[in-house]
Design a protein around this ligand. Structure first.
Ligand code: OGA
Ligand code: MN
Length: 283
């Protein structure tokens, strides 16, 4: 299926419920007139991929700023502000990244910035500066679509539940709890499991960082969270992008999970990330 929005913008959905590839030239993309169209597209497809856009850091920041207020929630980990202020360099290259735990954590389904005391970031934006020689694709899963498709009786059971997200869970599989920097080890945040957005849409707030459900025995709560994560990650609700140099992607971090497929320290993979602050408290 192919939709023609305007002669200079071509949109090809990746899956009916998540993802679209948008073919557009850089001048059209950077034109302010493109912003409302881009917001419509992301509302419909949740994750957008723009092949071979080739944005510079300055262009990516200008685009980021035109979507809202920028936020830099990983400025304290290696790669934060590496080449340009407010641009986070995602790499496992040990010369740039001496402390790769955050990047390893991004190989598990997650939402960005969910354990900080800020509203969850609205959009995450990624430019591929060097693709990996192997692995390192990025996957997106729509938690709007995953919620919508649940049976009504299950929806009724989930609404009202609250979940504690924390760093120890987020780094499970990467670091043992006692290996985490003590100053950060206790980072956690409680959120509702189901987010009713101002738009009226609902999404699931889940991910590797979701540790337990408040008021439910831990094994049962964790089994439920694991099952919801499997549900959201199934092919109907998720898609994958294989990177080429210059590709740009952006997604609605409030209605999507994402993860990088595993890649090695010497894969060459280098991505530049910017983030738009969330403006809606979770309700
Ligand atoms: C991140 C992240 C995904 C990727 O940096 O938060 O999830 O594909 N990156 O590198
Ligand atoms: Mn991330």
């Amino acid at each position: 299926m192919e939709a023609v929005l305007a002669p200079d913008v071509k949109v090809e959905p990746i899956k009916p419920k998540v993802g679209a590839v948008v073919q557009v030239d850089k001048a059209t993309f950077l034109d302010k007139a493109f912003i409302p169209r881009c917001l419509e597209l992301i509302e419909r497809h949740t994750a957008l991929v723009f092949p071979r856009l080739g944005l510079t850091d300055e262009e990516q920041l200008a685009f980021t700023d035109s979507l809202g207020e920028r936020v830099n929630f990983t400025d304290s980990v290696p790669g934060g502000d590496e080449s340009t202020k407010d641009v986070y360099t995602i790499t496992l290259d040990s010369v740039v990244n001496t402390d790769p735990e955050y990047v390893f954590g991004s190989m598990f389904w997650h939402m960005d910035g969910i354990i900080s005391d800020i509203p969850p970031p609205k959009f995450t934006l990624l430019s591929c500066h060097q693709p990996p020689d192997k692995g390192g694709q990025t996957e997106f899963a729509s938690t709007y679509a995953a919620w919508d498709a649940l049976p009504d009786e299950e929806k009724a059971e989930l609404e009202g539940l609250r979940v504690v997200h924390n760093l120890v869970a987020g780094l499970h599989g990467v670091l043992e709890p006692d290996e985490i920097n003590p100053a950060k080890r206790g980072m956690n945040h409680e959120h509702p499991l189901v987010w009713t957005h101002e738009s009226g849409r609902k999404s699931l707030l889940i991910g590797h960082h979701a540790d337990y459900i408040v008021g439910m025995p831990k094994p049962q709560g964790r089994a439920l969270l694991a099952r919801l994560l499997e549900w959201a990650g199934q092919p109907e609700f998720s898609c994958r992008h294989t990177w080429q140099t210059g590709d740009f992607a952006m997604w609605d971090n409030t209605g999507a999970l994402h993860r990088a497929l595993p890649y090695s320290e010497d894969s060459g993979r280098r991505m530049h990330r910017t983030t738009v602050a969330g403006y809606e408290a979770i309700a």
